[in-house]
Design a protein around this ligand. Structure first.
Ligand SMILES: [Zn+2]
Length: 464
């Protein structure tokens, strides 16, 4: 790296000095079994983690830190920090609940005890998302804290209490108390880097629409010896319908749904994807696009379930009525409702033999694409470059984060950036989750650098 400013060198040193405290915080947090499911873990464990956040972020310089109960009955932790007059506002998001440890026996270290092995810190939540909490704390402490110079921007802090359970409490809180979330830039810190040490922002999330398709052909099941042949088999009809959802290359091929999108961010090497997805030797990847195109820029259909007789217990019968649950992931640029309509029309049109088709819509969520043309994104790119000595890349995520859509709808002018300390080696949601402390250090530095430089880069729109 070329020479950096004395301010940056000082901040870098400060973050490094703060790392033992980050480890201490993370140790305390990982020891709290904050799985937000009272059937599995006592709710006091979540309460302990929430109280820890209130104390730690107060000490790091934020004001009015408190618990706020969300409509799903769990507690978010919120607070704010005051910057200079006229400074922009940045929201710092994380969540303090964790996935259950799953198979205890599969863990090589105790899941709720932060344990160092070969330089990585192991424990449930060490990366997702308590590592990001440690990152926020370290960045805020490095910038000032109560006795320091104060923060360069106004800060809003929100830690969700039930992200992993998908109960949607925080999404419902946004319209009820928008003032807790309103900001010029929102750092959604629950993702991370595409590879260890490769600074990444996640700029694209696919949306989702699910339908249940029911096929009926007969008044009742009929003996396959007596009637099989001319009798229209509902299961055979369903198989044909489902098969029509992909072409011979495996591309999702739904009439009226664009499927030629190209991903222009980081590339996802096919060999790496094969390994990550556990594809068996000799079995091909499907689709004619690159892995990144297929995963982040194109629709993907998946049959989630079929109701028909299971093998054990099946009898010699032609099926009268069967159904399937079909899921469609939709990339940014495609409206989820339009996609659902296209899928429904396709399913109906694909029915052979005049079979009766009913399509019932389930949930739908829109895709998300982050704005990358604003001052926050530019400042974040520069901060990550300084912290890592490498250029920031853009990655997508095949899944969805509904909160991003809710925030984007509510605050259309705000810039939303998805970053964090996670990387593929973290094995989030699996046994043996871990975090690389160097990633916490670099991301905390990047966050602090961002908060400092964004204050200068931000120009409030005239009249605002
Ligand atoms: Zn998470």
């Amino acid at each position: 790296m070329t020479s950096e400013s004395p301010d940056t060198t000082a901040l870098r040193a400060r973050v490094r000095e703060l790392m033992p405290r980050a480890e201490e915080d993370l140790r305390a947090l990982v020891a709290m079994r904050s799985v937000a499911d009272p059937r599995q873990f006592p709710p006091e464990e979540c309460a302990k983690a929430a109280d820890f956040l209130v104390r730690a972020f107060t000490e790091a310089g934020l004001s009015d830190m408190r618990r706020v109960t969300t409509p799903d009955g769990t507690d978010a932790v919120v607070g704010h920090g005051k910057g200079p007059e006229g400074a922009p506002t940045v929201l710092l998001y994380c969540h303090y609940d964790v996935q259950p440890p799953l198979d205890d026996a599969a863990w090589r270290t105790p899941p709720f005890e932060l344990t160092e092995v070969d330089g990585r810190w192991y424990g449930r939540g060490a990366a997702d998302c308590k590592g990001n909490i440690a990152m926020h704390l370290t960045a805020l402490r490095a910038l000032g804290g109560p006795e320091g110079a104060g923060f360069p921007v106004n800060i809003r802090f929100v830690a969700e209490g039930s992200e992993e359970q998908g109960t949607g409490g925080l999404e419902q809180l946004v319209p009820l108390q928008p003032e807790l979330f309103a900001a010029d830039a929102l750092l959604i810190c629950d993702t991370g880097n595409f590879a260890l040490g490769l600074p990444t922002t996640t700029t694209s999330l696919r949306g989702l629409t699910n339908v249940v398709v029911t096929v009926s052909t007969l008044k009742g099941e009929m003996h396959s010896g007596m009637f099989g042949g001319p009798a229209p088999d509902a299961l055979a009809a369903l198989v044909r319908i489902l098969d029509s959802l992909r072409d011979e290359h495996g591309n999702t091929a739904i009439e009226g749904l664009p499927a030629e999108g190209l991903w222009d961010g980081v590339s996802y090497p096919a060999e790496q994807f094969r390994a990550d997805a556990g594809v068996l030797d000799g079995v091909q990847l499907v689709g004619t696009g690159s892995v990144a195109d297929e995963l982040w820029a194109r629709p993907a259909v998946t049959v989630l379930g079929i109701d028909c007789p299971p093998v054990v217990g099946s009898s010699a019968a032609v099926q009268a009525r069967v159904r399937a649950r079909v899921s469609l992931r939709v990339p940014p640029g495609t409206d989820a409702e339009t996609a659902r309509k296209a899928l429904t029309d396709h399913l109906v049109a694909a029915a052979p033999w005049g079979a009766r088709i009913e399509v019932e819509a389930e949930s739908a969520g829109q895709p998300f694409r982050a704005r990358t043309d604003g001052p926050a994104y530019t400042a974040l790119g520069a901060a990550l470059r300084e912290a890592y000595g490498a250029d920031m890349v853009q990655a997508g995520q095949g899944g969805s984060i509904p909160l991003c859509n809710v925030l984007a709808d509510r605050f259309p002018d705000a810039e939303i950036a998805l970053i964090g300390v996670e990387e593929p080696g973290c094995l989030i949601h699996a046994p043996n989750e871990s975090v690389d402390p160097a990633e916490i250090e670099r991301m905390a530095l990047a966050e602090a650098l961002f908060l400092r430089s964004y204050a200068g880069a931000f120009a409030r729109p005239a009249g605002a």
